[in-house]
Design a protein around this ligand. Structure first.
Ligand SMILES: *Cc1c(COP(=O)(O)O)cnc(C)c1O
Length: 352
């Protein structure tokens, strides 16, 4: 504590991201980055933009919003863009999710949600996942000021169907429902087609996972214009230029490259199936995943032990020291070569 701090700072519990160590030969399966490089069109677009860095970027992110609108068949006024989906989510918490009644989200979910609640003074209720670590929609049948959930959920990887999201929207016509689709491209159904009939739906996407651009920091939200306007009002009270020129053109190029996207998502999904089979042969039980990671638990060895022993072998996975999931590991799906190294290491560890 410093006497110079604003009082709120003392009360904050900041988010702790997965580590990004600089270690030679490291196999990094801890933060759900894409194992493949982004579309080559991204570097081309960025190179072509370099000559204009003297000038401020276009403040509304038009070039990127147009690319997203074209890709998803929505209006440009239904798209908001931000500096990573974390920033888009932060604005959504402030602009749409702070009400008298509490915000609902799962007890085991993206751990940034409670952090935003702390930052913005939002009252929340954590709704427990069921005994199979799945979201049970009937548990959300209660008065609330809003709902936010990832679909697929993180760190569990299980998904709700579009019909289930539609039912949730219909059950809460007076509350905003934010669906954080960070992992949707790896095998779940997007709620974007529901936007036109649901004035209370905001869908949030990131380019960090399925577009392999975690380092560029770009995310976006799709919703009806009145929701987008709320986000724009907060953004323009905060930072006029959250996305730089390189991020805008690079992200637009990535969103437009359908071939690269289809091929790499298919590769990750195929590697996921293979990794799950390998883990199963070693005595792991894995939740059904629609994401680019697996949430898995060994029949006898604790998660913390496995994570520590993998680390000694320069393989990073994510372990959460939290009740109910202490014995699980969240393992990002890497290339087949990465996954094989992981399986070999686990084999050695378990034999010892
Ligand atoms: C990775 C992730 C994000 C954040 O993505 P950025 O665009 O990199 O900020 C948001 N939500 C969930 C559930 C994620 O896993």
């Amino acid at each position: 504590m410093s006497r110079f701090w604003s009082p709120v700072v003392e009360t904050l519990t900041p988010y702790v991201p997965g580590e990004q160590p600089r270690m030679a030969g490291l196999i990094k399966l801890n933060t759900n980055e894409n194992p493949y490089p982004p579309s080559p069109k991204v570097a081309e677009a960025i190179a072509a933009e370099m000559g204009t860095l003297r000038l401020y970027p276009e403040p509304t992110g038009h070039v990127l919003r147009a690319a997203v609108a074209a890709r998803y068949g929505v209006g440009e006024d239904e798209v908001f863009v931000g500096n990573g989906s974390d920033e888009v989510l932060a604005h959504a918490f402030q602009a749409l999710l702070k009400h008298e009644r509490p915000l609902l989200f799962p007890d085991i979910t993206y751990s940034f949600y409670p952090v935003y609640c702390g930052l913005y003074g939002i009252t929340s209720v954590e709704v427990p996942l069921d005994e199979d670590l799945r979201v049970r929609l009937s548990d959300y049948d209660r008065p609330c000021g809003g709902i936010i959930l990832p679909n697929p959920n993180a760190p569990t990887g299980t998904a709700l169907s579009r019909a289930e999201i539609a039912a949730l929207l219909a059950a809460h016509p007076d509350a905003v429902v934010v669906v954080d689709e960070a992992y949707v491209d790896f095998g779940a159904e997007s709620a974007i087609p529901l936007v036109k009939d649901h004035p209370n739906l905001l869908v949030v996407h990131t380019l960090s996972k399925s577009r392999a651009l975690a380092g560029l920091r770009v995310g976006y939200a799709i919703g009806q214009p009145h929701l987008i306007e709320a986000l724009v009002r907060v953004k323009d009270s905060f930072n006029s230029y959250p996305l730089d020129r390189l991020a805008l053109v690079g992200a637009a190029a990535a969103v437009a490259d359908e071939d690269w996207f289809t091929q790499t998502c298919a590769k990750v999904i195929a590697s996921r199936t293979r990794l799950e089979a390998g883990l199963s042969a070693l005595g792991f039980a894995t939740l059904p995943s629609s994401a680019n990671f697996l949430f898995t638990r060994h029949e006898s060895v604790p998660g913390a032990t496995l994570a520590a022993k993998l680390r000694e072998r320069a393989i990073l996975v994510r372990h959460f020291k939290r009740p109910r999931i202490e014995n699980h590991l969240r393992i990002t799906v890497g290339t087949d070569a990465d996954c094989d190294r992981l399986l070999e290491a686990l084999h050695d560890i378990l034999r010892a």
